[in-house]
Design a protein around this ligand. Structure first.
Ligand code: C2E
Ligand code: MG
Ligand code: MG
Ligand code: MG
Length: 286
């Protein structure tokens, strides 16, 4: 019985129930999600949360990253679970544009300060569709949202195959002022060549590095900061969860951070958000 499965799954987590024969197998559960996902937009089950990107230098929020969630049968399903399923069908495009439109609307409703940017994650598969640039520019035109206020976050896996097809899309959108961020840097497939060939303005270091400061993480972050400086790119460190990590990042001269220590994703973006913990800490920086 599916309802019972979902209930138990929620209580005990994935691993505990998946292999119980009278519950759904992982495969059946995916099928169950995939079927539900096809109706998610029509049923108004998707929603967005917004995580601040914080600038240590100015002491202010410099942007918000929109993150999608799916409210399905009394559960909130995480994007890491359903985005891969959406990518197996055309659904990723519908979801992607839905996210873009809603995120822009939320920024226009709540954040008048135009210097605060909006970051939206875009799936490689969506980026590769023929009319991605055209549709995106249409949305910007309709909403009157400045292209320069939009940053598209692309994960490194974009470069697994035939990156050259993407160049046209990148060029066209950059020309209009849209900026690109290479997300989850250090975990994927990009080479140094691609890093400078594509018009990325920002590198976002994957959270695995900051959580491994004792290991190689610190050295890797430092060397990426140097590299980014040479290539004239900004660096964002994501996954800053505690004061020790914040201090370390600040000592390296890194200005832009994102992580639970500043703020968890929240239901709407705000122009004047001040993360209490960091702000207190921040007073001592100056
Ligand atoms: P991402 O773009 O790298 O997003 C950062 C993820 O790290 C988010 O998880 C965020 O909640 C989480 N995070 C932020 N700060 C911390 C921290 O201090 N500690 C820890 N442990 N985690 C932190 P989330 O929202 O579950 O998103 C996961 C991934 O799903 C995203 O990774 C992104 O790749 C994808 N995703 C989310 N929304 C969308 C979307 O609208 N479209 C597409 N295509 N992908 C999306
Ligand atoms: Mg991202
Ligand atoms: Mg990331
Ligand atoms: Mg990630």
């Amino acid at each position: 019985d599916i309802a019972m499965f979902v209930h138990k799954r929620k209580l005990y987590g994935k691993a505990a129930v998946v292999f119980e024969p009278h519950y759904l197998s992982e495969l059946e559960y995916k099928e169950y999600l995939r079927n539900g996902l096809a109706q998610a937009i029509q049923n108004d089950e998707l929603f967005l949360v917004f995580q601040p990107v914080f600038n240590l230098h100015s002491g202010k929020v410099s942007g918000y990253e929109a993150l999608v969630r799916w409210h399905f049968k009394q559960q909130v399903i995480e994007p890491e679970e359903f985005i891969p399923l959406a990518e197996q069908s055309h659904l990723i495009c519908n979801i992607g544009f839905w996210v873009l439109e809603r995120a822009i609307k939320a920024m226009q409703e709540h954040v008048a300060d135009e210097s605060i940017v909006l970051a939206v994650n875009v799936s490689v598969l969506q980026l590769k569709t023929n009319d991605f640039a055209k549709n995106l520019l249409q949305i910007l035109k309709t909403t009157q949202f400045p292209a320069s206020r939009l940053q598209l976050e692309i994960t490194e896996s974009v470069f697994c195959d035939e990156p050259e097809n993407l160049m046209e899309t990148f060029s066209l959108l950059s020309l209009k002022g849209v900026r690109f961020c290479l997300d989850d840097f250090g975990t994927g497939y990009s080479s140094m060549v691609q890093l400078q060939a594509f018009p990325f303005s920002t590198i976002k270091l994957d959270k695995c590095f900051i959580s491994d400061l004792e290991g190689a993480g610190g050295a890797i972050i430092r060397s990426v900061v140097m590299l980014a400086g040479e290539l004239n790119m900004n660096v964002v460190v994501e996954g800053v969860e505690n004061k020790r990590q914040l201090d370390w990042v600040h000592d390296q001269g890194i200005n832009t951070i994102q992580g639970y220590f500043c703020a968890k994703p929240m239901s709407k973006p705000a122009a004047d958000f001040k993360p209490a913990l960091v702000f207190e800490q921040f007073q001592s920086f100056h």
